[in-house]
Ligand binder design. Structure first.
Ligand code: CUA
Length: 158
């Protein structure tokens, strides 16, 4: 190899390294901007101190159409309100979940529901129950001394 070939080879790798640095910087910037500019939209926000006093609907399940329901759930230390909900196979349910105290999780075992419940925000998640059974609701964020006992259930009947 003559001198010129080696220089070209080295230049190639230097450019490649520079390009990779740029790519990583872009990724890092993108990740950071995701945090910096994350602002929940107004409709999802709530003053957590008002959750128990009328700022949020009383926990309940409401029928909004044929096979369609809305469930208003409060996740609080260390329970879910309502703690037990009943649906039929094929029902489509939109859950609105918020917390009056600390961060909780709203995970419904065996479904695709798994959301963080952050004080000040109303988490909205929709699912369709396709199989009958008893689905455990599990708090998946550490929330204090009773965290491991923070459970609820959803019963889906034929
Ligand atoms: Cu609520 Cu952990």
């Amino acid at each position: 190899m003559n001198k010129h070939v080696i220089e070209t080879y080295e230049r190639g790798w230097m450019l490649f390294s520079l390009a990779m640095i740029l790519v990583f910087l872009v990724f890092i910037g993108y990740t950071l901007s995701g945090f910096a500019f994350y602002v929940p939209t107004a409709a999802e926000r709530i003053d957590p101190t008002t959750v128990r006093t009328g700022g949020f609907p009383t926990p309940h399940v409401e029928k909004v159409g044929p096979g369609k329901y809305q469930a208003y759930v409060i996740a609080q230390a260390f329970t879910f309100l309502p703690n037990e909900m009943h649906f039929k196979v094929g029902d489509e349910v939109t859950f609105y979940v918020t917390s009056p105290d600390v961060q909780h999780g709203f995970y419904v075992h065996g479904t695709d529901i798994n959301v963080q419940v952050i004080p000040g925000e109303i988490a909205k998640v929709k699912t369709k129950f396709k199989r009958p059974g008893t689905y455990l609701i599990i708090c998946t964020e550490y929330c204090g001394i009773g965290h491991q006992n923070m459970l609820g259930k959803i019963v889906v009947e034929e």
